[in-house]
Design a protein around this ligand. Structure first.
Ligand code: PMT
Length: 396
């Protein structure tokens, strides 16, 4: 029986959390409730205690709550942290890592996936601070169930109403289903750009931030895989719960990916590896007075193609960043590199592709194509893993 921690925060929609709880129980889910102080103004903890048949956790400093350090034991037991309704206040606390009550402390202590169902006044929901906090949480891997539009309890018309109970329950069940479905798999993911040095101060590189590859690695980790992330230079912190190998150049990435992929079940090449590097690297800064007007370049190894030539039972996923005939070029790469799946992203649009938090892609394999409309990179990562599972399953 999976365990869900249901966080309830101070909003009129709190009463709907009772229905969410009941619906999850009907699906054989064990629900523990954590309430903020303000939530208890709307619904009595007694209601949730009677429904869940567990003590409701409100105050971590109350006598009796620390026999087993409740915010840690519940955080460990949780297979999903669902917050419904989630107020602007709790979103801000989660985004900034504030831990000043039972729920926000548990949020920092848990490794469980986070599912948020925001609910608030339309002007609050549209405030840049709330949008920014939601973007931070999405980028960190949280799934957000969009609020509905319509007549709000405060009298305003607009977006901000807690999502419908069946939608929240369906999202929770989907998150639970994914939680261990990659257990036992060894996964290698490459991410970020490579840097090809001309001399100690100049280099050739590209605009990859690493976000896409990091989200792919984190999604695999959260679904139970043992993950090694081979990362080019990025500004991102090493994600917890997986192994990160830092490299700089295409040659270093080649070495690391080939070494780490030896026993891997799935390799995902999300990195934007340089196709060319300077043929001659100077150990000293080249003076502009003597610098040549053109740079001689040589090809780097195509790492994905090299893996494809020695494929064995490994499942290979490549990316393709294109600006035109995206699917056509991706199909060409699928065959040329002997990959099983190519994630074709059209990087010509604003707000997607390089350095953006969102992406849009077509998942191209020999059997067909799956279009994923613009969504967060984490949500795209989940769709990629869903597809990898389907294709590996079909292969037996
Ligand atoms: O990092 P972000 O800012 O989040 O941006 C994400 C992204 C746009 C970089 C990413 O989603 C993406 O599309 N990565 C691949 C970009 C790319 O280099 O595509 P390509 O068409 O040049 O290469 C095709 C495939 O071959 C890729 O899987 C690439 O990793 C691989 N390759 C390429 C060259 C090379 N020498 N070795 C390789 O393995």
């Amino acid at each position: 029986m999976p365990t869900v921690v249901l966080g309830v925060t101070g909003c009129i929609g709190a009463y709907k959390a009772c229905e969410v709880l009941r619906e999850l129980q009907k699906r054989d889910v064990d629900v523990h409730v954590v309430m903020t102080r303000h939530a208890t103004e709307f619904v009595s903890p007694m209601t949730f205690e009677a429904l869940s048949r567990h003590a409701v956790f409100v105050d971590q400093f109350r006598l009796g709550e620390n026999g087993d350090i409740r915010h840690i034991s519940l955080a460990d037991a949780a297979e999903l942290l669902l917050v419904a309704p989630a107020t602007a206040n709790v979103l801000a606390k989660f985004a900034r890592g504030i831990a000043d009550d039972a729920l926000s402390t548990l949020h920092l202590a848990t490794r469980a996936p986070l599912l948020l169902a925001p609910a608030m006044n339309v002007n609050m929901f549209e405030h840049p601070a709330v949008a920014e906090n939601l973007a931070i949480l999405r980028a960190r891997g949280a799934t957000v169930i969009e609020p509905g539009s319509g007549y709000l309890a405060c009298g305003w018309l607009g977006k901000g109403r807690l999502a419908e109970v069946p939608d929240i329950v369906e999202a929770a069940m989907a998150a639970l289903q994914r939680r261990r479905d990659l257990a036992g798999l060894q996964v290698v993911v490459s991410a970020g750009p490579t840097i090809e040095d001309l001399d100690p101060v100049r280099f050739i590189s590209n605009r990859s931030s690493g976000k896409m590859g990091y989200r792919v690695a984190e999604a695999a980790r959260d679904r139970g895989a043992a993950v090694t992330l081979v990362s080019g230079p990025t500004a991102l912190a090493d994600p917890p719960g997986l192994r990160t190998v830092r490299v700089r150049s295409a040659a270093e990435m080649e070495q690391a990916v080939l070494r780490e992929s030896a026993g891997a079940d799935v390799v995902v090449m999300a990195a934007a590896v340089a196709d060319w590097r300077p043929a001659n690297r100077s150990d000293h800064k080249v003076k502009k007075e003597v610098a040549a007007r053109s740079i001689e370049l040589e090809r780097t190894t195509d790492i994905l193609a090299a893996l494809g030539r020695e494929k064995g039972p490994r499942f290979l996923v490549g990316f393709a960043a294109e600006t035109d005939d995206v699917v056509g070029y991706a199909r060409g790469k699928l065959v040329a590199k002997n990959a099983d799946l190519i994630v074709a992203n059209d990087v010509s649009g604003a707000g997607v592709g390089f350095d953006a938090d969102d992406n849009a892609a077509t998942l191209v394999d020999s059997a067909g194509e799956v279009v994923v409309e613009r969504t967060s990179k984490r949500a795209l990562a989940e769709r990629i893993w869903d597809r990898v599972r389907e294709l590996r399953g079909a292969r037996g």
